[in-house]
Design a protein around this ligand. Structure first.
Ligand code: NAI
Length: 247
């Protein structure tokens, strides 16, 4: 178990990729704290993790609200004493072509996907700097690297995460805190369930490894980056996309 007794916060951890990340971290011995805005799914996920014998708890938090995030992080420190790992995974889409994109579509996506990452990272940075250790992992997207028609808001938020990650990595490196981003390709979750079979088929053709990804494909990299096996890696963006984007 490479993460024995580590305290990990996973935002948006109640389903999809976030849930797989929670399970993978817990299997490696971490104590998992989920921040999620969906109270019912949060409750279900915590109950499931506990039933599987893992150590888990949930906080109903909207990551876009700085004061709520600060409160929840203070709660974790009060209860558990430290924070070793933060996985900024919460994200939403409001897809439409630029011409039809409303200001609310832009603001909502940027508020959760980018400001949410800022809020959570800022809140944990103080305890991590004090501890002189910590790992921050931000879930970006290949769309942040390639762009995608119909996702200008989402792509901007995910590209923003990459610049943010590099800056945080530079600021916190001397305090023993590492920050990296993961850029998943097309992963099978409720977020991508909405795509038609035709679009999924088209996407598959663009993936050298010939299949859509599974949440576990992302979770496996999170475990590696969170562990001491990645102690010399910071400021990077690593794609988990079956080879769609090659640098
Ligand atoms: P999902 O929609 O299945 O799960 C997202 C989770 O985030 C849900 O539990 C939701 O309740 C939570 N959430 C949403 N807004 C929140 C807020 N304001 N505060 C707290 N929690 C909030 O999505 P999925 O597919 O699991 O995606 C997870 C992350 O991976 C997202 O950041 C997404 O952009 C990213 N990603 C997903 C890809 C995919 O193909 N599924 C590809 C590339 C990136």
């Amino acid at each position: 178990m490479v993460l024995r007794d580590k305290i990990a916060i996973v935002t948006g951890g109640s389903r999809g990729i976030g849930k797989a990340i929670c399970e993978a971290l817990a299997r490696q011995g971490a104590r998992v704290v989920i921040f999620d805005v969906n109270a019912a799914e949060l409750q279900n996920c915590v109950t499931e993790l506990k039933a599987a014998g893992f150590d888990a708890e949930g906080y109903e938090v909207n990551v876009a609200q700085a004061d709520k995030v600060e409160e929840a992080v203070a709660g974790v420190i009060d209860n558990l004493g430290r924070i070793d790992i933060l996985v900024n995974n919460a994200g939403i889409t409001r897809d439409t072509l630029l011409m039809r994109m409303k200001e609310e579509d832009w603001d909502a996506v940027l508020a959760v996907n980018l400001k949410g990452v800022f809020n959570c990272t800022k809140a944990v940075s103080r305890p991590m700097m004090k501890q002189r250790s910590g790992v921050i992992i931000n879930i970006s997207s290949v769309v942040g690297l390639m762009g995608n028609a119909g996702q200008a808001n989402y792509a901007a938020s995910k590209a923003g995460i990459i610049g943010f990650t590099k800056s945080v990595a530079r600021e916190l490196a001397s305090r023993g805190v590492r920050a990296n981003a993961i850029a998943p390709g097309f992963i099978v979750t409720q977020m991508t369930d909405v795509l038609s079979d035709e679009i999924k088929g088209e996407l598959q053709k663009q993936i050298p490894l010939g299949r859509l990804g599974q949440p576990e494909d992302v979770a496996n990299l999170v475990v590696f980056l969170a562990s001491d096996n990645a102690s010399y890696i910071t400021g990077q963006t690593i794609a988990v996309d079956g080879g769609m984007v090659m640098h």
